[in-house]
Design a protein around this ligand. Structure first.
Ligand SMILES: Cc1ncc(COP(=O)(O)O)c(C=O)c1O
Length: 326
């Protein structure tokens, strides 16, 4: 990846064109089955610009209560775009048409105007759950039949595609806009793309400049993202297999349990028995034994498998987890 970055051909992506950035954008647009794409520094920016462009101040969007856009982006949609999030608690973090059917506000001066539905796939706080394609399509069809736009936070869409064998463009068909990240499972240091129609991406470019996300020789970063897409996408299957191995260790342990019945991809949310103390303490003890985890609530922690962790290290991490829990 570093070699690809150092050899990248670059220009000034703000004033004219940076060839490596453009190549990434064209590749991603084609892969996701949309007209155009725009490279940005982060998934937060692609999400925030993505939803802003579907709405005007005073509008609201429907989203799942635990989703990243609502939980982890400082309410940027309110701070930066004067939008309201209308949250709905999902079924194990997944929405379906039944849950949102009655959430569109009446056209009445009392209410914000409901304009957009946002989904997240895979779902981070949902333990990397894959939102089944049939459900996703049903929601998107329902949204469009009610004149609502659709945005996908696909930060980990590549995981969903690799785990199911369903191509990225098929996952994206029902969405007006999609955000994907290269800095997660694909292992690039920086970067996300927003995709949509040519007209939408033209507006996104203007918003990116406004948000301070215009970059000059971004080709060095785009080259890393492209390398990740071309060389590190298919190996996500190894991360998924490693997550299964950890899930078995958790199931073996009397004092650990999985927050969700299935582990679909590379994220595990593990619940701790009260006797193990708080997640913050447990995570600290894990750290001293060489296992990095994230507290995810008072008695839950998050484990993520990724390209820097080998099978051997996963097996060792399982031993440490079980040892500490017992
Ligand atoms: C589902 C999801 N969306 C968006 C983001 C935001 O990405 P970034 O950290 O690049 O802003 C994350 C980051 O973890 C995420 O998990």
């Amino acid at each position: 990846m570093l070699a690809a970055m150092s050899q990248a051909k670059v220009g000034d992506a703000i004033i004219d064109i940076d060839p490596s950035t453009r190549l990434l954008e064209e590749t991603v647009a084609e892969m996701l089955g949309k007209e155009d794409a725009l490279f940005m520094p982060s998934g937060t920016m692609t999400n925030q610009i993505g939803i802003r462009l579907h709405c005007i101040p005073g509008d609201e969007f429907l989203c799942e209560y635990e989703c990243h856009i609502y939980t982890y982006e400082q309410g940027g949609f309110a701070q930066l775009s004067q939008l309201v999030a209308h949250t709905v608690v999902g079924n194990e973090c997944l929405l379906n048409v039944e849950l949102i059917r009655n959430r569109i506000r009446p056209d009445n001066d009392h209410f914000a105007r409901t304009k957009l539905v946002c989904l997240e796939n895979t779902h981070n706080r949902g333990g990397g759950r894959i939102h089944p394609l049939a459900q996703v399509n049903e929601i998107c069809d329902w949204a469009h039949s009610h004149q609502l736009k659709t945005h996908l936070d696909g930060a980990r869409l590549f995981n969903a595609a690799v785990a199911t064998g369903i191509a990225e463009r098929d996952w994206c068909r029902g969405f007006d806009s999609v955000s994907v990240c290269f800095s997660k499972g694909l292992g690039a240091p920086v970067g996300s793309c927003l995709v949509g129609t040519k007209e939408y991406i033209l507006r996104a470019k203007r918003a990116r400049k406004l948000f301070g996300g215009g970059m000059r020789q971004s080709g060095f970063l785009a080259a890393a993202a492209l390398y990740g897409l071309q060389h590190q996408r298919d190996r996500l299957a190894e991360d998924h297999a490693n997550a299964q191995i950890i899930s078995e260790a958790v199931r073996r342990s009397e004092k650990l349990s999985l927050a969700f019945e299935t582990v679909d991809t590379n994220i595990l949310i593990v619940r701790l028995d009260e006797s193990l103390g708080t997640a913050a303490d447990f995570v600290q003890r894990l750290a001293t034994m060489g296992v990095a985890a994230l507290p995810f609530g008072l008695r839950s922690l998050r484990l993520v498998t990724h390209l820097d962790v080998s099978r051997e290290q996963i097996l060792r991490a399982c031993e440490i987890l079980e040892e500490l829990a017992s």
